[in-house]
Design a protein around this ligand. Sequence first.
Ligand code: ADP
Ligand code: MG
Length: 240
Amino acid sequence: MVEAKEIIKVYGSFRALDRVSLDVYDGEKVVIIGPSGSGKSTLLRSINRLEEIDRGTIVVDGMDLYDPKTDITKVREEVGMVFQSFNLFPHKTVLENLTLAQIVVRKRSKQEAEEKAMMLLERVGLAAKAKSYPGKLSGGQQQRVAIARSLAMDPKLMLFDEPTSALDPEMIGEVLDVMKDLAKDGMTMAVVTHEMGFAREVADRVIFMDAGRIVEEGTPEHFFTAPTHERAKLFLSQIL
Ligand code: ADP
Ligand code: MG
């Protein structure tokens, strides 16, 4: 689904990504961890070209992101992204938040879009909130709406950038449960998170980044029991 080779991203003279290569296979769940500033967000954002890379190649579902013939809108339809901040439209209802892009981008009828939206709201346990405004919802509920909104576009790949980092502790579980449900359903996922329980339970592969590089990579079993890189050991000793 994703084939990124030797990506370099610089800010001024600083390498935020330093020859990073990453493949994500169909149906695979990759969890990316690492200290703050190690390049995790930059890497995820490169995958749907929210960041322009300076060197290297990225191919998503067969589409080369830097081929002038590639339609980036299509890439972004296929790649859903969920951020720490939910970014819902505050003056639109939950239902409208889920139907807007379906109608405008996907050219679905209002009825079709609403049916899809209600099905997804059921799935994240928020059908009863369809007519509410986002501001009336808890952070956990808003993030579940944001996930449902992404899913409404039928993405083939979902990217999550610290989706629970802005939430009160009691709301983290409900968002992780939605993500676990999605994982069970076979969604291809790349998730940046500090939730090590989630990584153990869901990840097929854990990737550890440090200073713009992938320095360790393996199964959760390997990563949590026998990390070899010093920085990975230190990080785990601090977080676990
Ligand atoms: P992470 O998500 O792992 O915390 P980021 O990918 O956000 O790390 O950032 C990697 C590095 O790139 C950090 O040192 C950060 O300060 C720097 N960086 C990120 N975005 C910008 C930007 N727009 N301009 C300059 N530096 C940036
Ligand atoms: Mg980040």
